[in-house]
Design a protein around this ligand. Structure first.
Ligand SMILES: NC(=O)c1ccc[n+]([C@@H]2O[C@H](COP(=O)([O-])OP(=O)(O)OC[C@H]3O[C@@H](n4cnc5c(N)ncnc54)[C@H](OP(=O)(O)O)[C@@H]3O)[C@@H](O)[C@H]2O)c1
Length: 312
């Protein structure tokens, strides 16, 4: 069993597979340190006698999260996976700057996430908007440790009906926007930062009418490989996170009616070994892994989070 500190009274235990430690001394900087799942700590408290807790737990209690003190930028943070990830990042101790084009949704998301969130309205395909985003980040935080380049759009259009407008919209947002989101973050990113690119299982699948979208996501996956090499001297890790079908508002744009949207979702379910589509929070938990030191030796990968859909 690991030991967190040897000063003062050390209490440590293993609860439900999670390692928790309470470290206490006479110093004013006493902290309660947590390693492992919050659930483990809750159980630990449950088992400890209240008097023991009063004696050993210092006045200032600090629950260290996996992203304590980190600054994260999340594009498309006002909805779906971006919003769920922003909430998880903040719960793990980070401060987040989220973006999106719709001001009302952005304001609502910032309110929902809480005081450690800042919203900057902007379109990722507009380079001046990205410059403004990073000006705010620089002014408010001075750096960015984690970028989750998540903003993206999807449309179902078969090859015969693809228009220039459809092509430009998807490539401008999903490819150009993602590239410059990352490029413009680099001057503010310290060595050892983490970049997470939201790709898709579409990067390796051949889904009808999803040709242009899939090509954008294949490009995103490719960026993770090239940028891992470009940024290796700075020890910046770049990974693609590739979700399978996830229940988010992006589906609403795939069919004109709710019935049509439901039919698309049902169609996906039958192709997923785990028998359901995923939730935004299931993506957020993996984003925390890729953002944090838990994935310190992981770079250049495409991590599929798809209930097995693209794996069988
Ligand atoms: N849901 C799925 O099944 C699935 C599967 C694989 C991959 N993905 C990918 O996951 C990412 C997140 O999508 P989601 O499913 O969470 O959908 P969502 O709820 O619709 O979120 C998309 C986000 O992107 C933002 N966005 C779109 N275009 C933008 C632009 N030009 N500039 C700035 N922000 C923009 C949207 O905000 P505004 O509209 O306010 O701009 C919104 O916050 C996308 O890259 C998507 O391709 C989704």
């Amino acid at each position: 069993m690991d030991r967190v500190s040897s000063s003062g009274i050390d209490l440590h235990t293993r609860v439900g597979g999670s390692f928790c430690a309470i470290v206490c001394s006479d110093r004013p900087a006493d902290t309660l340190q947590k390693i492992g799942a919050e659930e483990g700590c809750r159980l630990l408290f449950h088992f400890l006698n209240r008097d023991v807790i009063r004696r050993i737990v210092p006045r200032s209690i600090h629950m260290a999260g996996k992203l304590e003190g980190k600054i994260a930028v999340i594009t498309g943070g006002n909805s779906g996976m971006g919003l769920a990830t922003a909430k998880r990042f903040v719960a793990e101790g980070a401060k987040v700057v989220i973006t999106g084009r719709r001001q009302t949704e952005l304001d609502a998301a910032v309110k929902e996430i809480g005081p450690n969130a800042t919203g900057v309205r902007g379109d990722v395909s507009n380079l001046a908007d990205l410059d403004r985003l990073y000006e705010v980040v620089k002014e408010k935080h001075g750096r960015v440790d984690i970028v989750f380049a998540n903003a993206g759009v999807g449309e179902l259009v078969p090859i015969g009906q693809v228009t220039e407008a459809h092509f430009d919209k998807l490539f401008d947002t999903n490819v150009k926007g993602l590239l410059f989101t990352v490029q413009k973050a680099l001057p503010l990113m310290p060595d050892g930062g983490s970049i997470i690119l939201n790709a898709s299982i579409a990067s390796i699948k051949g889904t009808p009418a999803f040709g242009v979208y899939s090509a954008t996501k294949a490009a995103v996956r490719s960026f993770a490989r090239s940028w891992t090499s470009d940024l290796k001297d700075r020890k910046i890790r770049v990974n693609a996170l590739s979700p399978g079908p996830i229940d988010t508002p992006i589906f609403d744009g795939l069919a004109p009616t709710k019935e049509g949207v439901d039919k698309i979702k049902e169609g996906f379910v039958s192709t997923i070994p785990l028998g359901r589509i995923g939730t935004s929070d299931e993506i957020a938990k993996v984003a925390v892994f890729l953002a944090s030191d838990d994935s310190s030796f992981v770079t250049g990968v495409e991590l599929f989070v798809d209930g097995g859909r693209a794996q069988v």
